[in-house]
Ligand binder design. Structure first.
Ligand SMILES: Nc1ncnc2c1ncn2[C@@H]1O[C@H](COP(=O)(O)OP(=O)(O)OP(=O)(O)O)[C@@H](O)[C@H]1O
Ligand SMILES: [Mg+2]
Length: 161
């Protein structure tokens, strides 16, 4: 399933819809080349969940935590991860098992340690805007996708593929 995001505002608006639908614990991967819009999407998502301040890219800290009203969101950026083993030392298992919703940019860098995601998002430059593609990796992810597919804000942006 995929959607066309014409500009940054569209990325933020779509991320807000995802934030409404993706409630509770879960694991979401965000793939895409440098500058594809992964952090922009996470910013829209986290602010839609009630975070009032800035959303910084966790490029150097690897993870930023947002303890919000509904649930805790953990935003990872693994671009600078030296070795997937480092995830063990930072306690990745605890993050993934304590009921948080985890958004992970550059999940490829954690291969071998990270479990399969409930939902994998891929952002790609589309010439003028971005193409957001989503695929499910669990029954939770499937149920999220079904709800997203029927959402009135997303329907006009949806592409057949
Ligand atoms: N739908 C869109 N159309 C055009 N530009 C967009 C869109 N969404 C986001 N952008 C722009 O893309 C740029 C890069 O975004 P962002 O920092 O979110 O990328 P990223 O994928 O997190 O990159 P990195 O891999 O370096 O972490 C920003 O200037 C943002 O405004
Ligand atoms: Mg980023």
């Amino acid at each position: 399933m995929s959607w066309f995001l014409a500009d940054e505002d569209a990325t933020l608006a779509v991320a807000q819809v995802f934030a409404e639908v993706l409630q509770g614990a879960g694991l979401v991967f965000l793939q895409g080349t440098l500058g594809a819009g992964k952090t922009t999407f996470c910013r829209g998502f986290i602010q839609a969940c009630g975070h009032q301040g800035a959303v910084r890219s966790p490029t150097y800290t690897l993870v930023e935590e947002y303890p919000l009203a509904e649930h805790r969101i953990c935003h990872f950026d693994l671009y600078r991860l030296g070795d997937p083993e480092e995830l063990e030392f930072m306690g990745i298992r605890d993050y993934l098992s304590d009921g948080s919703l985890c958004l992970i940019e550059w999940p490829e860098r954690g291969m071998g340690i990270l479990p399969a995601a409930d939902l994998t998002l891929n952002l790609a430059d589309d010439g003028h805007g971005r193409r957001l593609q989503a695929s499910a990796g669990s029954s939770l992810g499937e149920s999220w996708l079904q709800t997203l597919q029927q959402h009135s804000v997303l329907q006009p942006l949806q592409r057949d593929d």
